[in-house]
Design a protein around this ligand. Structure first.
Ligand SMILES: Nc1ncnc2c1ncn2[C@@H]1O[C@H](COP(=O)(O)OP(=O)(O)OP(=O)(O)O)[C@@H](O)[C@H]1O
Ligand SMILES: [Mg+2]
Length: 266
């Protein structure tokens, strides 16, 4: 079995591209680590890896014999195909190669023992989704969606796909839920706030929370310092932490989550 030392493996997915899966995956992973958990972050986006940029991680992982040593960043153990190849290299892979690369990143990397592995999925319902659902005991998938209808249609497709392959959908997150002007503070619901919550209800899936469309989230992601680590006192970081706590409680079961002696850094 792949990843025997990992307690829970959670895929962060969406049907549609560019809705903020990678940003959400990175910040949720940091928020889980801040809770005192041992957290791994796997970039399953073989064609367009985002973790090198979003974690500010440029060095190559060490290789010891057949084993690859993952990088340590922001309290996370992280691995991405992007750590191994240059940022501008176009990745041209056939389906089976994607599966092979993913399996190697799980099987050949020294992940050690982890409480949770967050997997940043590529968009859509293709090879990577199939590999992850068939080759690893996924605890479940978290679906990220923006509130507008075209994104929700794809989110629905994502939920249905995971259900079809018997991977539980742990919940839906609404990203870019609303916009607050950095100058005047005025709030506008650019994509129509609340669509994902309504969709979650329709699908009978838990709504895990919403994240604002904020300039600082994008700027810090581009700069390689996730906002949860860089601005822990901000309301954005608090929103990510609340979603992470909800997710962890769901994984552990409400009672078990309280049982362990955990150091909480708030
Ligand atoms: N809540 C947010 N507020 C502001 N900017 C955001 C937010 N979430 C994501 N972004 C920005 O939107 C862009 C797309 O986000 P991201 O790369 O996380 O999406 P994705 O779903 O992983 O995309 P892909 O499908 O290509 O993997 C990035 O520039 C990111 O910084
Ligand atoms: Mg991405």
């Amino acid at each position: 079995m792949l990843l025997p030392g990992v307690k829970h493996i959670v895929a962060v997915a969406s049907g549609k591209g560019g809705v903020g899966k990678s940003t959400t995956a990175v910040n949720l992973a940091v928020a889980l680590a801040v809770q005192g958990l041992r957290v791994g972050l796997l970039d399953a986006d073989i064609y367009g890896p985002s973790l090198p940029q979003m974690l500010g991680a440029r060095e190559k992982p060490r290789v010891e014999g057949q084993r690859i040593i993952p990088l340590q960043r922001w309290g996370l153990t992280a691995m991405s195909i992007g750590f191994l190849v240059d940022a501008d290299t176009a990745m041209i892979w056939r389906g089976p190669m994607v599966m092979g690369a993913l399996e190697q990143m799980m099987g050949q990397v020294e992940w050690g023992s982890l409480d949770i592995m967050v997997v940043d999925m590529p968009p859509g319902t293709g090879d990577a989704q199939l590999t992850m659902s068939q080759r690893v005991p996924l605890a479940g998938a978290v679906i990220v969606s923006t509130p507008q209808d075209v994104a929700l249609i794809d989110a629905r497709r994502g939920v249905k796909m995971f259900e079809k392959v018997n991977v539980p959908v742990l919940g839906i997150i609404e990203n870019m839920s609303f916009f607050c002007c950095p100058n005047c503070g005025h709030r506008s619901d650019i994509f129509g706030h609340g669509g994902a919550r309504a969709e979650a209800e329709r699908l009978g899936v838990e709504f895990l929370g919403e994240l604002p469309l904020k300039l600082a989230i994008r700027e810090l992601a581009d700069a390689g310092s996730p906002i949860v680590a860089a601005r822990p006192e901000g309301e954005e970081a608090a929103a990510y932490r609340a979603i992470a706590a909800r997710l962890w409680a769901k994984l552990e079961g409400a009672g078990a989550a309280k049982a362990g002696p955990r150091i909480v850094v708030e």
